[in-house]
Design a protein around this ligand. Structure first.
Ligand code: DAK
Length: 212
């Protein structure tokens, strides 16, 4: 579900019956709208969120029967990279579960606000796979190598308070408040200096990528 209001674009994952598990169609729709937002000069901030939950990961049921070719087509890193490369600030507003590919989507954003009952983790290795959409790169940047190794190798799922303590999320709010707080932050970006925000974001990224 896409909403554009007062310079803020909200992309809400809406497959509530499957906890917003990321299937081909959902990712293709996400890709389409991210592409459009990237070209829309009116939009000054993006909020990614989900209906009831953020996202419980890649759609395991859809993945089970994929052959190699199908798996290559299903890979959604290119869509996440488009989100990562948006020049405007991006915020993930997390209620409920953000697991696996869902958490990878959240860490693709610049900022994360989660409700106190959110649960976050990378359970992939327990399923015999690995985080394949940027999590292995972005989690160590956010958490440090040690904590990222722990989360990914143990597949542990943490609550919002622990996620806040280790720097996985920026802010913890009351249940049901993640989106409204994300709007508060997004409004600051809409009222802010767009070039300064874009250059600050770009420079932080460049510093991380060059290791300096
Ligand atoms: N996929 C498909 N369906 C899912 C799902 C998922 N990840 N998570 C939940 N659902 C569905 C359930 O099947 C159920 O559907 P019905 O059976 O009712 O039709 C519905 O959502 C409600 O789920 P539950 O009945 O299980 O609800 P509970 O409250 O009891 O449990 C839960 C919630 C989130 C703890 C549980 O559903 C769960 O453990 N879900 C799976 C979480 C998970 O393992 N996520 C990681 C998926 S692996 C790659 C790119 C990306 C990835 C890998 C490689 N490459 C490009 C190489 C990413 C991988 C992943 O994300």
């Amino acid at each position: 579900i896409v909403e554009k209001r007062n310079g803020i674009a909200t992309l809400k994952l809406h497959r509530p019956d499957a906890m917003n598990a990321l299937n081909q169609q959902l990712v293709e729709e996400l890709d389409y709208h991210v592409e459009a937002i990237g070209k829309d000069q009116e939009i000054r901030a993006v909020i990614l969120t989900g209906e009831k939950n953020f996202a419980a990961g890649a759609d395991i049921k859809a993945m089970v029967d994929l052959d190699v070719r199908g798996a290559e087509t299903f890979a959604f890193s290119h869509t996440f990279k488009k989100i990562y490369n948006l020049e405007i600030p991006t915020i993930a507003a997390i209620e409920g579960y953000a697991l696996g590919g869902g958490l990878e989507l959240a860490v693709t954003c610049d900022l994360r606000i989660a409700s106190s009952n959110a649960k976050l983790g990378f359970p992939e290795t327990g399923l015999g796979i690995m985080p394949g959409a940027g999590g292995t790169i972005l989690a160590p940047m956010l958490l440090g190598v040690s904590k990222a190794m722990e989360m990914i190798l143990l597949g542990s799922i943490v609550g919002a308070d622990e996620a806040y303590r280790i720097g996985l999320i920026n802010k913890m709010v009351e249940p049901g408040q993640a989106y409204s707080e994300a709007v508060n932050w997004a409004n600051k970006f809409v009222d802010g200096a767009p070039v300064a925000l874009q250059m600050a974001k770009k420079t932080i990224r460049r510093g991380l990528e060059s290791g300096s």
